[in-house]
Write a protein that binds this ligand. Structure first.
Ligand SMILES: [Zn+2]
Ligand SMILES: [Zn+2]
Length: 363
């Protein structure tokens, strides 16, 4: 089968790889019908996340059709259309039973396990492949109803649940003001998720015109190009107090307003844009920052919530949502390309060529 393989820092290749087989009674093998590229993949490829093993298949978002199931898989049969959530969990340990699937004790003793990641994330073969082995298949897949197409279902693999988790973690409620830093795919879904909770106004902050244009489709949204306007000033003026909630979908690959890399830029904005006693919710990826102004957290009485998404905890609810609002399941797909062009899609995605927001790669 064809799969996208990590070879070395900044070197990937679409290669022939052995087709995965059932290795455990609880596994399924899925034939992909569509996959995509995520910002996380870029961190893995560019060496920002160490411990990637050469030969590892990348990717953690997939929809497909079940080919084979192990003897102990009860909920699925060959031929079922499924979406595969990015993280891997057993579904029955004490953490999974509390809905904390990203910290399953069985798979990695509490560390987050995900497809196509480094050894520290379990080293599981990724989903940018024609076939994939899905461990703990009964909780590791969600059936796609006939009236939901692949384009919409693929948003449930990672971006929509991750964004919804950020909003849910901050307990965003009706009438609250929310500032979303970073309007990539997760940020755009954070805007959507905040809107579904009744947040108003929602500030969407980025520098890429294509992303801001997509954010502007929501009536509650005021877009801010931070290279032109200062978010601190705009949000302060519009809210009087600062935003009730700031959501950081940027992480450490941030730039300042002049375009220079500055890993703490999004957090510095968050601290200044949030109101006293407000909440900062972080789903952007961070390594270690050298310094963080803890004093500002204390003096503003802030709460910080952060973490890896518990995808499974939200899948049923979000599937219902995209069934009722099918356009919202697919508004971020800026390009549709055949899977055979995934290397080109990586280049376009990394370098934001041709206004790429997120590519849908079909088999
Ligand atoms: Zn992702
Ligand atoms: Zn578990």
């Amino acid at each position: 089968m064809k799969a996208l393989v990590y070879e070395d820092v900044n070197r990937i290749a679409l290669k022939d790889m052995p087709r995965p087989r059932l290795e455990d009674d609880e596994d399924a093998v899925v034939r992909a019908t569509a996959t995509t590229i995520c910002g996380t993949d870029i961190h893995l490829v560019n060496g920002k996340t160490p411990q990637m093993r050469p030969g590892q298949i990348l990717g953690h978002e997939m929809v497909g059709v079940v080919e084979e199931v192990g003897d102990k898989v009860a909920n699925f049969a060959p031929g079922d259309r499924v979406v595969v959530p990015s993280t891997i969990a057993c579904g029955r340990c004490s953490m999974c039973r509390q809905g904390e699937f990203a910290h399953c004790l069985t798979v990695l003793g509490g560390e987050t396990a995900f497809f196509g990641g480094p050894e520290t994330a379990g080293g599981f073969a990724g989903l940018q492949a024609e076939f994939a082995r899905i461990p703990f298949a009964d909780v590791g897949m969600l059936k796609i109803p006939d009236d939901v197409d692949d384009d919409a279902a693929l948003s449930l693999s990672d971006i929509f649940p991750t964004a919804y988790f950020a909003v849910d973690n901050a307990q965003v409620s009706d009438g609250e003001s929310v500032a979303v830093f970073g309007c990539g795919p997760v940020g755009l879904y954070a805007v959507l998720s905040a809107a579904t909770r009744g947040a108003i106004p929602i500030f969407a902050i980025d520098r890429e015109p294509e992303r801001l244009e997509l954010a502007a489709r929501f009536p509650e949204v005021k877009v801010i190009d931070f290279t032109r306007d200062d978010p601190v000033e705009v949000i302060g003026r519009e809210t009087g107090s600062g935003a009730d909630v700031v959501i950081d979908c940027v992480g450490m690959e941030a730039t300042d307003a002049s375009g220079r890399p500055q890993p703490s830029a999004a957090q510095m904005y968050a601290l200044r844009c949030v109101r006293h006693t407000g909440v900062i919710s972080i789903v952007g990826l961070y390594g270690e920052l050298e310094s963080y102004p803890l004093g500002q957290l204390v003096s503003k009485n802030l709460s910080v919530v952060a973490g890896n998404c518990n995808h499974r905890a939200y899948l049923a609810e979000l599937l219902d949502y995209i069934r009722a609002h099918s356009k919202d399941g697919k508004f971020v797909w800026s390009h549709r390309l055949p899977f055979g062009q995934i290397e080109r899609a990586y280049d376009m995605f990394i370098n934001k060529k041709d206004g790429m927001v997120k590519p849908l790669l079909t088999m």
